[in-house]
Design a protein around this ligand. Sequence first.
Ligand SMILES: [Zn+2]
Length: 247
Amino acid sequence: MKVGIIGGTGLYEMEGEAIVVETNYGDVEMIFFEKHDRQIFFIPRHGKKHKPAHSVNYFANIEAMKNAGVEAIIATSTVGSMKKEIKPGSIFIPNDFIDFTRRKTTFFDDEAVHIDMSQPFCPIIRKILFEEARKQSIAHEGVYVVTQGPRLETKAEISMLRNFADVVGMTLFPEIVLAREKGICYASLCIVSNFAAGLQEKLDIEEIKRIYENKKRVVLSIIDGCIKRLPEERKCDCKNAADKGRI
Ligand SMILES: [Zn+2]
């Protein structure tokens, strides 16, 4: 199984060979390397100049993974916690999400494909990722709400959203849906970098940076442990999601 890693804020580089993959949405630079007898393809989600979440070329990134033959993606990101018990510095593995963005959502503009989202994350990879995360850090699981950005949320928005979700971030959507449309297994590993608005004093960007810099080694180690344990053959149903949703 070829594995893709999408690096979020703080994870911009990995050692390997730089390659360029063509897509219908532009060329994508990837890093290729081998680990635990697997071929790994890495893309820094935000590119070299750190495009903000609402401007990331999610379509190009996911199509590049597909064109490279990737069957499973592990994606990292930083999120804000909306729950007191989920503290900055911990790891969060989402098991569901809510989309509050206003972004383009699908590869299928000209045919009716209604993809099932009752289990958006790959159940097998997500479970391995959570087990590996718990070995190395305090780790939680729950619901990730995706906001449009680039502005942060208001206190009123957070007091509404926290009734339905645990953490807030800007990059999970549409990435997860596009991966599912391409039949790629997808799981997400989030670093909790701060409490959301209203749950702590004004957000300190330097403090947030310090947390994800400190967590980088742990995140890489969790990913490494996960790659080691990934099954060679896929037994989940992720690869059939688009076909099953086609009318
Ligand atoms: Zn899967």
